[in-house]
Ligand binder design. Structure first.
Ligand code: ATP
Length: 883
C-alpha cells in the first residue's frame, strides 16, 4: 500500500470512506468494534495469587511462619496438639488476604482517578464537533488539534493553520515541526524518516502552536507509538514521603527487634541453665512473641487505605490527585500561585464598555479575529474571551456568520500568551484586510495610525496617551481590556509570521469586558490567610485590571504589592529572590516568568502550589511543589504534568484540597500513634514480665491483638473528621518527621500506661484464681486470659483518646461513627475468642467470670482519664510556652 503521507488528503478520505465532516456515530461504533479502543496495551497486572505470595514475603510473616514450624515440631514431640500452629497460620493467611484486598481496593481508587483525567479529543461526528475520550477514536475520525493538545492517534493532516507539533517522544527531536497538508514526494526514495513526514501527526506528540485538523489513520497498538511501546509498563505509584519514612522506621524496628530477641533468647537460656530441646524451644517462642509485639504489622496497610480513601474524597470535591505524594505536600502548602481568569474569576466574559470612534468596525474586527462562533440558537461558543466578542458583535447586528461570508479568513497568526495578540487575514471584495486584536499595550506599540472620523490619521503621542488613559479607566474598573486594529493589503500577505504581519497597524478601539469573580473565592482567601497560606495572583492580564480584582478579593491591600512581567525582566534573579515576598500580584506575565516566580518562592523556603492551563505552563507546573492543572480549560500538556487537576478550575477547590490534605495527614498520624503505642505496650509488657519470671502473652495472643483488634480502630481513626482548627494553624513543615510535635513522647508514655494496666490485670487475674500473695511464675493461663482481655479493651478505649493529639475527646463536636463500629467489632471478636469454647481452648484461655470481666473493663477504661489528665497538663504547658 502507498504510505499515507504520499497520498493526497482527498484520496485518503475516500480510502477511509469518510468526508472532511467526519464519521457518523453509527460508522464510528462499527469501526470501534472492528479496530478496538484507541489504547496502548498495558503490561499484565499481577494475578491474585502473585499478589498473595508478594504479601507472604513480608519479613514479619516469614518470622511467623518459622515460629509456626518450630511450634509444630515442639508440639509434635510434646504431644500438645497443633492449635497454636493453626492459629498462627490462620492469622498469617487472614493478614495476607486482607493485604491483597486493601491493596486492590487502593489501586482501584487510584485507577478511577486516572480515568477521570483521561485524555479527551475534539472529534467531528455527524458533522458536529464533540468532545470524546481519546479511547473512542477510530480510523476515519477527523479530529481538531489546538495548541496544548496531545495528539491522540496517528493521522494525516487535513488543515494546518501554522500548526507546530513537538515529536520528541518519537524522534528525540525537541524542536517543533511545522506541519503542512500537501502530499509528500518521496523523490524516488522508498521512505522518509518519521520526523520528516510533515503532513502527518503521531500519537505521543503534542501541539505547541497553531490549529489544525487531522484524519485519523491508525489507532491503538497500530500507531507508531504502539509499535515502539510494545506494552506500556504499568505506572509504578511512587511512595509518599511518609510511606518512605514508615518503611525506614519498619526496617529500623525490625533490626532492633531482632537484636533484642537474640539477646532475650540467649539471656533466658543462660539464666535457665538448661539447654534441652524443650527449654530452647520455649525460650525461642518468648523471643518470637517479643518480635510479634514490637513490629507494627498493620501500619503500612492503614496508611495505604487512608491515603486511597482520602484521594477518593478529594475527587468528590473536584480535586483529582494524579500523584499520591501531592496529598502530603498539600498539607504543607505555604503559597498558592493562581491564574486569574477562570480560577479566581468565573471566565464568563461580557463586553460592557468600549472606546473608539467606530463601534461597528470595532465589533467586526473583534468578531472576525476570533475562533468563536454563533451556534444554531444564536449563542456564542468558544473560548470565553472570544465568545464575548462574537456575542458583542451579534448584539450590534453583526452576526459572525454574515461577517465571515463577506470576508472569509484566508490566513492567520494564532493567539499565544507570550505575544498576547492574534491576527487574521480576510479576503474582501476590494482586496485583503488583516485584523489584529490583543493586549492594548502590545497593539498600541505596533500602531502607526488611528481610525478617526472614517479615516486613518497618524498616531501622535497625545493620541497614544489618551488611549492609554482610556485603557487605565477601563482596567481600574476590573474590566479585561482588548484592543483591535487593522491593516489593509493589496495582495495576500506572503507570510503569516506574527512579526511580519503585526506592524504598521491602524488602531480601532478598545473593548472592556467584565469577568465576575467566583463568589466562593473570597471566603477561600480568608481561609488561606488563617491557615497561614499566602494567596498569589499570576495573570497575563493588565496590571490595573489585576490589581482591581486582587484588591476586591483581598489578595493584596495596595497597588504596591503588584509587579509586572516587564518589571521582572528588569530584575536579576537575586533581586527577585530577595523581594519575592513583597508581591501578591504578578501581572502581564509570560509563561516563562511563571517558572522564575515559582523558583523564587521555593528559594524563599515556601512550599508552593502553582496553577496552569496553557501550553506553555507545563514547565512552571513541573517546577512547583504542587503543580495544579485545570480540568475544564486546561490543555492536555499541563494536565499530564500536574500533581493535581481541578475538575472545576476553581481556586476554592485548591483550598479545600489543602484542608483535606491536612486532615489526611493528621489522621494517618493518629493511626500511627495508636498502633505504635499499642506495640510499645506489648513490648514493654513482654519484656518486664520476662524479667519478673512469667510469660505475659503468647505470640498468638499478641498477633490477634495486633492484626485483628487493633486494625479496625486504626482504620477508623483514618476516617476521623477534620479537627475544627485544621485551617487555623500554620502549615506543617516538610522537614517534620513522623514523631514531630511530641508524638514520640506521647507514644512512649501511653505505651507505659497500657503496659502497667495490663501487667496489673495479669497479676490480679492470676491471684484471683490461685490466691493472693502467689506471684505468677512461668505460664499462668488465668493471668494470660485477663491480660488479653484487658489489653484488647484498653486498646479500644485508647483509640478514642487518639481522636485528637492534645484536645480532650469530650470537647470534640464531631462524632466518628466508624470508630464506634470498630469498637463494637473489636469487642465482639475479643468476646468470641474468649467465650466460644473451642476457640478459647485453642488460645489457651480459661473461662472468665463476671467480676473478672468488670475488673478488666474497669482497668481498661482507666486509660481514658489518665491520658485526659496528661493532655490537660500538656495544654497548659503549651499555653505557658506561647504566653
Ligand atoms: P490568566 O493568566 O489569569 O489566565 P489571561 O487570561 O489574561 O490571564 P492569557 O490568556 O495569557 O492570560 O492572556 C494574556 C493577554 O492576552 C490578555 O490579558 C489579553 O490582553 C490577551 N488575550 C487573551 N485572549 C486573547 C485572544 N483570544 N486574542 C487576543 N488577545 C487575547
Amino acid at each position: 500500500m502507498k504510505q499515507e503521507y504520499t497520498q493526497s488528503a482527498g484520496e485518503l478520505l475516500q480510502q477511509l470512506d469518510v468526508t472532511a465532516q467526519g464519521l457518523s456515530g453509527a460508522q464510528a461504533a462499527e469501526r470501534l468494534q472492528k479496530y478496538g479502543p484507541n489504547r496502548l496495551k498495558e503490561a499484565p497486572k499481577p494475578t491474585l495469587l502473585q499478589r498473595f505470595i508478594e504479601q507472604l514475603k513480608d519479613p514479619m510473616l516469614i518470622i511467623l511462619m518459622v515460629a509456626a514450624a518450630v511450634s509444630a515440631v515442639t508440639n509434635y514431640f510434646s504431644g500438645e496438639g497443633f492449635a497454636e500452629v493453626f492459629i498462627i497460620l490462620i492469622v498469617v493467611l487472614l493478614n495476607a488476604i486482607l493485604g491483597v484486598y486493601q491493596e486492590s481496593k487502593a489501586e482501584a481508587a487510584i485507577e478511577a482517578l486516572q480515568t477521570m483525567t483521561a485524555a479527551t479529543s475534539k472529534v467531528l461526528r455527524d458533522g458536529k464537533q464533540v468532545l470524546l475520550h481519546s479511547d473512542e477514536l477510530v480510523p476515519g475520525d477527523v479530529v481538531v488539534l489546538e495548541a496544548g493538545d496531545a495528539v491522540p492517534a496517528d493521522g494525516r493532516l487535513l488543515e494546518s493553520a501554522s500548526l507546530q507539533i513537538e515529536e520528541a517522544a518519537l524522534t528525540g527531536e525537541s524542536v517543533p515541526v511545522h506541519k503542512i497538508i500537501e502530499a509528500l514526494d518521496l523523490d524516488g526514495k522508498k521512505d522518509v524518516p518519521l520526523g520528516d513526514r510533515k503532513n502527518m501527526c503521531y500519537m505521543g506528540s503534542t501541539v505547541v502552536y497553531g490549529r489544525g485538523k487531522a484524519l485519523i489513520t491508525r489507532t491503538g497498538m497500530d500507531t507508531e507509538m504502539g509499535k515502539i511501546a510494545g506494552a506500556l509498563a504499568a505506572t509504578e505509584e511512587e511512595q509518599t514521603p511518609l510511606q518512605k519514612k514508615l518503611d525506614q522506621l519498619g526496617q529500623t524496628l525490625s533490626k532492633l527487634v531482632l537484636g533484642i530477641c537474640v539477646f532475650i533468647f540467649v539471656f533466658n537460656l543462660i539464666s535457665a541453665g538448661r539447654f534441652d530441646l524443650d527449654t530452647v524451644l520455649s525460650t525461642f517462642m518468648v523471643a518470637v512473641s517479643l518480635a510479634v509485639a514490637a513490629i507494627p504489622e498493620g501500619l503500612a496497610t492503614v496508611v495505604t487505605v487512608v491515603l486511597s480513601i482520602g484521594v477518593t474524597n478529594m475527587s468528590k470535591r473536584n480535586a483529582v490527585i494524579r500523584k499520591l505524594t501531592a496529598v502530603e505536600t498539600l498539607g504543607c502548602a505555604q503559597v498558592i500561585c493562581s491564574d486569574k481568569t477562570g480560577t479566581l474569576t468565573q471566565n464568563k466574559m461580557t463586553v460592557v464598555d468600549h472606546t473608539g470612534s467606530d463601534e461597528k468596525l470595532l465589533a467586526t474586527a473583534m468578531a472576525l479575529c476570533s475562533d468563536a462562533h454563533l451556534n444554531d440558537k444564536g449563542e456564542a461558543e468558544g473560548e470565553p474571551t472570544e465568545a464575548a466578542l462574537v456575542a458583542y458583535a451579534a448584539k450590534l447586528g453583526l452576526p459572525k456568520g454574515e461577517l465571515e461570508a463577506a470576508a472569509p479568513r484566508v490566513d492567520e497568526a494564532p493567539f499565544d500568551s507570550g505575544r498576547k495578540m492574534m491576527s487574521t487575514v480576510h479576503k474582501t471584495d476590494s482586496g485583503w484586510v488583516q485584523y489584529t486584536k490583543g493586549a492594548p499595550d502590545e497593539i498600541l506599540r505596533r500602531c502607526t495610525t488611528c481610525w478617526e472620523g472614517g479615516k486613518a490619521v497618524p498616531m501622535t503621542e497625545e493620541k497614544r496617551a489618551a488611549i492609554l488613559a482610556d485603557n487605565k479607566g477601563l482596567a481600574d474598573r476590573a474590566l479585561r481590556v482588548l484592543a483591535a486594529s487593522f491593516r489593509n493589503w493589496d495582495h495576500k500577505p506572503e507570510q503569516n509570521e506574527p512579526a511580519f504581519l503585526e506592524q504598521d497597524l491602524c488602531f480601532i478601539g478598545l473593548t472592556g469586558m467584565i469577568d465576575p469573580v467566583r463568589p466562593e473565592v473570597k471566603d477561600a482567601i480568608v481561609e488561606c490567610r488563617s491557615a497561614g497560606i499566602r494567596p498569589v495572583m499570576i495573570t497575563g492580564d493588565h496590571k490595573d485590571t489585576a490589581v482591581a480584582i486582587a484588591t476586591e478579593l483581598g489578595i493584596i491591600q495596595s497597588a504596591d504589592e503588584a509587579i509586572t512581567g516587564a518589571d521582572l525582566n528588569e530584575m536579576s534573579d537575586e533581586e527577585l529572590d530577595k523581594n519575592i515576598k513583597k508581591y501578591g500580584v504578578y501581572a502581564r506575565v509570560q509563561p516563562e516568568h511563571k517558572v522564575r516566580i515559582v523558583t523564587a518562592w521555593k528559594k524563599a523556603g515556601c512550599v508552593t502550589a502553582m496553577t496552569g492551563d496553557g501550553v506553555n505552563d507545563a514547565p512552571s507546573i513541573k517546577s512547583a511543589d504542587i503543580g495544579v492543572g485545570m480540568g475544564i480549560t486546561g490543555t492536555d500538556v499541563t494536565k499530564n504534568v500536574a500533581d493535581m487537576v481541578l475538575a472545576d478550575d476553581n481556586f476554592a477547590t485548591i483550598v479545600g484540597a489543602v484542608q483535606e490534605g491536612r486532615r489526611i495527614y493528621d489522621n494517618i498520624r493518629k493511626a500511627i500513634q495508636f498502633l505504635l503505642a499499642s506495640n510499645m505496650s506489648e513490648v514493654l509488657g513482654v519484656f518486664f514480665a520476662t524479667l519478673m519470671g512469667f510469660t505475659l502473652l503468647q505470640p498468638v495472643h499478641l498477633l490477634f491483638i495486633n492484626l485483628i483488634t487493633d486494625c479496625f480502630p486504626a482504620l477508623a481513626l483514618g476516617m476521623e473528621k477534620a479537627e475544627p482548627d485544621v485551617m487555623n494553624r500554620p502549615p506543617r513543615k516538610t522537614s517534620d518527621g513522623i514523631f514531630a510535635g511530641g508524638l514520640g513522647v506521647d507514644v512512649a508514655y501511653q505505651g507505659v500506661i497500657i503496659t502497667i494496666i495490663t501487667l496489673a490485670s495479669y497479676i490480679l487475674g492470676h491471684c484471683m484464681e490461685v490466691g493472693f500473695f502467689e506471684m505468677p511464675k512461668g505460664i499462668s493461663d488465668d493471668g494470660m486470659t485477663m491480660a488479653f482481655l484487658t489489653m484488647s479493651m484498653c486498646e479500644i478505649v485508647h483509640s478514642f483518646n487518639m481522636r485528637s493529639q492534645r484536645k480532650s475527646v469530650f470537647t470534640l463536636h464531631s462524632h466518628n461513627k466508624v470508630l464506634w463500629g470498630a469498637m463494637i467489632g473489636s469487642l465482639l471478636l475479643t468476646t468470641i475468642v474468649l467465650e466460644v469454647p473451642f476457640i478459647a481452648s485453642a488460645f489457651g484461655f480459661t473461662p472468665v467470670s463476671l467480676p473478672e470481666y468488670l475488673l478488666a473493663l474497669l482497668l481498661a477504661v482507666l486509660v481514658l482519664p489518665i491520658v485526659e489528665l496528661v493532655k490537660l497538663v500538656q495544654r497548659s504547658m503549651a499555653r505557658k510556652r506561647s504566653a
